[in-house]
Design a protein around this ligand. Structure first.
Ligand code: FES
Length: 95
């Protein structure tokens, strides 16, 4: 049986589930969770989110984040898969 993880996005009412072999963005879109996206290959950074809790792995070798951004907890859900339950936060673009 494939592993499934629960993913919560701050501000969303209920977590959604993601299979371990699907990207977080794909699972979010299937669940109707609102994450921005464009390229879906880890280059445009439109989907960028903060990982508040949990572990991920990338499906590509060089996701479009700097080492500093990774250290700050930024992830690219379009090229990342969950390795545990996750809690994410969308970027605050200001009001
Ligand atoms: S959608 Fe472009 S980096 Fe994720």
């Amino acid at each position: 049986m494939k592993a499934r993880w629960r993913i919560a996005i701050d501000g969303e009412e209920a977590p959604f589930e993601a299979f371990a072999d699907q990207t977080i963005l794909k699972a979010a879109l299937q669940a109707g969770a609102g994450l921005l996206s464009s390229c879906r290959n880890g280059t445009c950074r439109a989907c960028r989110c903060h990982l508040l809790e949990g572990e991920i792995r990338y499906v590509i070798e060089w996701p479009g984040l700097s080492a500093e951004e990774k250290a700050e907890g930024w992830i690219l859900p379009c090229v990342a898969q969950a390795c545990s339950d996750l809690r994410l936060k969308r970027p605050d673009f200001g009001a």
